[in-house]
Write a protein of this length. Structure first.
Lengths: 403, 332
């Protein structure tokens, strides 16, 4: 435990400039025992040192977010009412989509793993608004938001969750493998870090064809300890490729926190190993995301090579539908839901006279209807035909070649 | 027809295809400035420039992934491993990504990419550099695997792989790089993937080889001929897809088969060939299909031990005689 405590202390000192571990606050420490999910108590099977370490980590995540986060204030001129409303609408669409997907999962309509993006919407939405439709995007398994944000329909994404023939990949991928060649959403991938080297190749293609395009490569904090991640960043930097590496730091790789898994928990600093710019930005404020991404895109398009952004964000739900989420505190969850990116944008729109409560309500109802339609569409769509089974293993194949 | 080495034939395949198609590029460790650790890529940088011939860091997962991503944008990357053993470092990129992307994304994007590099044993490189690991890749749907044995096929199969719309692993043999042979001049000469080749016709027993063991089978056939045994020799060439029809056709005639390969005997290509013959030619077989594979041992360095690991010509002869009349088959 001494080692872990040392690491946690260092992490806190690195972020806050303080040299002490934050003391646990009150009695709100819930972790360890799945049977106590959602019930506030103090676990008795932990040493005092372990409790102190975990409390310090949790306090530091909130503290870090407090330092990073700011209200929406400076909106750049190019983002007019249409764009801001578009951002709000897309964030709300993703949230609503995920809420309905969770319901469909509990009803048994969706099987397998289901990882929801709720809470992190500002990252996908703000970053996408800073890109062009010709830019490539690629991401990991928490990919519904990235699929929707490029303009894939709620219908085709929901139908994919249902495993139907009308899904974006015909029911062959499921939740973790959304894809659209047309929209240049080059896929969700379920091997953590595995998409990062591929994103380097996408950027190589951009540079080779000299079209002024780039590849935005999304991944979580957990990916940054994978060898493939480091190899990918190194190669991209050596070849000076137009890659924006977008880390969505939600502090947990499943149930293991950044401070328990990552020797340098200030992930943006890892960019220095690859001589590329690395910044940390507020991932709960869609405008801040947009601004950071725009700067990164300008850097990439100028031919200056790759760029790493670490967005501080939070998933409002557990890792997946089968995760009780016992490793996080109510306090932490309360704090992050208090800075909900969708609510913030709603407040901004109202405060600046761009929308009334009623108008926003009408907009939300339209989105709700769109998602309801997607659910109905998915439910009523046919399963893929059995003739689909052997399609697309190879592009060129003869029947007599099957073993 | 021009006479050249296997190495030169591979090099010619790259040059012809890179001249023909500006989307073909080549990457790997020391492939550009250094000219390739085995000089297979010599002269490419000079002709095609650093945009299309890229030196990479020692970072297999990164450059296999980069090849995948490049292929997704429509480029046709050729990705060199210094030895095929190094491909294991990139196994996740190869098996979980390159092989599955076309299927997983329902045919929206295919990967016209080539993985290639030398394998095989017999050069005292120790157990991590000298090995024949084709069966790891043969096992994986979505990949094609070919192993050229002749100079003509070095060119023909490599060109077929470069033009193929799917990921193809071309497994070369270090021991064949210096071998000389005839190579067609025609820049449109292609060896189709999925076709085995009968190199010697015979009626008594079928010897099935791949890569270097094809040449050993031909030598074994000469020895068998002295004993009045007429062996047919087939070069498998393409492991996946496999040309079952040519194998079955041969066994219908000879009623016996011996499959010879350097990879470990257990779970190797021999098991796959034997199974297919059992399923498709059982009633024509007069004896069990014999596997003469590499011993199930990591290859040692010392030459006297190393040579015992890989199939030897006398073992192939012994295997053929066992299939013919039940003569003892003692392989240690």
């Amino acid at each position: 435990m001494a080692t872990e405590k040392g690491r946690a202390s260092a992490a806190v000192a690195g972020r806050n400039g303080k040299s002490t571990v934050e003391e646990p606050k009150g009695e709100s420490t819930v972790h360890g025992d799945p049977s106590e999910a959602g019930i506030e108590s103090t676990p008795s099977d932990k040493s005092a040192a372990a409790e102190k370490v975990e409390a310090a980590e949790m306090a530091s995540f909130v503290e870090l977010a407090r330092q990073t986060h700011q209200e929406i204030t400076d909106v750049p001129d190019e983002l007019g009412k249409d764009e801001l409303l578009g951002m709000y609408r897309m964030m709300y669409l993703i949230r609503r989509f995920e809420t309905r997907a969770a319901q469909m999962y509990t009803q048994g309509k969706i099987k397998g793993f289901l990882h929801l993006y709720s809470g992190q919407e500002a990252v996908a939405v703000g970053s996408r608004f800073a890109l062009t439709p010709k830019d490539y995007m690629i991401t990991s398994y928490r990919d519904h938001g990235h699929a929707l944000v490029v303009g894939m329909s709620a219908r085709e994404v929901m139908a994919e969750l249902f495993g139907k023939s009308t899904g974006c990949v015909g029911g062959k991928g499921g939740s973790m493998h959304m894809f659209s060649a047309e929209k240049r959403m080059m896929g969700g991938y379920a091997i953590v870090g595995g998409s990062v080297p591929i994103s380097v190749g996408l950027a190589l293609g951009c540079k080779y064809k000299n079209e002024g395009t780039l590849c935005a490569s999304y991944f979580g904090d957990g990916a940054t300890n994978q060898g493939a991640w480091h190899e990918g960043l190194n190669l991209s930097a050596v070849w000076k490729l137009p890659n924006i590496f977008v880390c969505e730091n939600n502090f947990y790789g499943i149930g293991t926190s950044v401070t328990r898994s990552t020797a340098e928990p200030d992930i943006y600093k890892r960019a220095s190993s690859y001589r590329m710019p690395g910044v940390r930005a507020d991932g709960m404020n869609v405008i801040e995301v947009y601004q950071a991404m725009k700067k990164a895109a300008e850097h990439c398009r100028s031919g200056a090579g790759p760029y790493l952004i670490e967005f501080i964000t939070y998933r409002f739900r557990p890792h997946s539908m089968s995760d009780p989420g016992t490793y996080r505190t109510k306090e932490e969850e309360r704090f992050f839901t208090s800075i909900d990116p969708i609510e913030q944008m709603a407040e901004y729109l109202k405060a600046n006279g761009m929308q009334t409560d009623d108008e926003l309500k009408t907009l939300r109802k339209a989105v709700d209807a769109e998602v309801d339609d997607a659910v109905q569409f998915a439910d009523e769509s046919p399963m893929p035909g059995e003739e689909e089974l052997r399609k697309y293993v190879y592009k060129e194949w003869k029947d007599e070649w099957w073993g | 027809m021009a006479e050249m080495t296997y190495r030169e034939a591979l090099n010619l395949a790259f040059k012809e295809e890179m001249r023909r198609d500006p989307d073909v590029l080549l990457m790997g460790e020391d492939v550009a400035l250094y000219g390739g650790s085995f000089k297979v890529t010599k002269g490419l940088l000079e002709e095609f420039g650093e945009k299309r011939v890229l030196d990479t860091p020692i970072s297999e997962a990164a450059f296999v992934g980069a090849s995948i991503g490049a292929a997704m944008t429509g480029l046709k990357p050729i990705c060199e491993f210094l030895t095929v053993g190094f491909a294991l470092v990139a196994m996740d990129q190869i098996v979980n990504h390159a092989a599955k992307i076309y299927y997983m994304f329902n045919g929206q994007v295919n990967l016209p990419m080539v993985l290639r590099g030398p394998g095989g044993g017999g050069h005292q490189l120790g157990s991590q550099h000298g090995q024949s690991i084709e069966s790891y890749f043969l096992h994986c749907p979505g990949l094609k695997v070919v192993m050229p044995a002749t100079v003509a096929d070095a060119k023909g199969l490599m060109k077929a792989a470069i033009r193929d719309p799917d990921p193809v692993f071309v497994m070369e043999h270090e021991g064949l790089y210096g071998m000389r042979g005839e190579c067609p001049d025609d820049p449109e000469f292609i060896t189709p993937i999925g076709k085995a080749q009968v190199l010697r016709e015979g009626k008594d027993v079928t010897l099935i080889g791949l890569s270097k063991t094809t040449h050993q089978c031909l030598q074994a056939a000469e020895l068998l001929a002295k004993d009045g045994i007429d062996a047919e020799v087939i070069d498998l060439r393409s492991l996946n897809p496999m040309d079952d029809a040519t194998l079955v056709e041969s066994v219908k005639k000879t009623n016996r088969a011996v499959v010879v390969y350097e990879g470990w005997r257990t779970g190797g290509i021999g098991a796959e060939v034997a199974s297919r013959l059992m399923e498709k030619a059982f009633y024509y077989l007069d004896a069990p299909v014999v596997r003469i594979g590499g011993k199930d041992i990591p290859a040692p360095y010392a030459y006297n031990l190393e040579k015992l690991v890989y199939p030897r010509i006398e073992e192939i002869v012994m295997g053929a005689k066992y299939a013919l009349d039940g003569s003892p088959l003692i392989i240690r």
